[in-house]
Design a protein around this ligand. Structure first.
Ligand code: IMP
Length: 189
């Protein structure tokens, strides 16, 4: 089946257009440029969902930076947080005395970010902040601080621009809300 047919069948409505996303990256990039002026932050991308956001965001940041990636998983293949966080792939960079900025696609329970922040602080980072594209506050299960975010979202499951549903639909250019019946179907499997 052609890819576009699939997309129309699973998306309920568009939440953020490509332009909305671009504006968020521009605003956040400007803020981060000011806040990290004179520093050389280590940008830590959370694989895999954050790669689209990270590449757009860093190009809006006028600071000297270094990029590394970490794969931390709390969802597995599903769409409800497992509550358990696993380190799948670690950084290759030493974070000691570095100003670290974690870039994440979406924060939900906050457990993933809390795990990453605590780990990087324990390793001796000078500062650890995070920048997430979407801030879903309804299911927050920890008091992790979200220093920067693009937009708040409701308690809906969103896909596109890196965000996946069962490892698919990351390459949709906009961000859309998944149809509730798609979740129910997968739920009953
Ligand atoms: P947390 O640990 O519950 O904050 O989960 C964060 C991770 O859950 C994100 O990095 C995403 O991979 C995933 N996630 C949470 N909500 C959504 C969503 O609406 N769409 C796609 N992935 C999501």
């Amino acid at each position: 089946m052609p890819k576009n047919d699939n997309i129309n069948r699973i998306i309920d409505h568009k939440l953020f257009t490509e332009d909305d996303i671009h504006q968020m990256c521009v605003r956040l990039g400007k803020q981060l440029t000011e806040d990290y002026a004179g520093k050389k932050p280590l940008i830590v991308g959370a694989l895999k969902g954050a790669i689209f956001f990270l590449t757009d965001l860093v190009r809006e940041m006028d600071v000297e930076e270094e990029i590394d990636f970490m794969d931390v998983s709390s969802y597995g293949d599903g769409f409800v947080s497992s509550g358990k966080v696993d380190l799948i792939t670690d950084l290759t960079t030493d974070v000691k005395d570095r100003d670290v900025l974690i870039v994440e696609d979406i924060v939900d329970t906050g457990l993933t970010l809390k795990y990453m922040k605590d780990m990087l602080k324990e390793r001796g980072a000078k500062s650890v902040k995070c920048c997430v594209l979407l801030n879903k506050e309804a299911n927050r299960a920890t008091d992790v601080e979200i220093e920067y975010y693009g937009s708040k979202v409701g308690n809906e499951f969103v896909v596109g621009y890196g965000l996946d549903f069962m490892n698919a639909f990351r390459n949709i250019k906009y961000i859309g809300v998944l149809k509730p019946e798609v979740i129910k179907l997968a739920d009953n499997k």
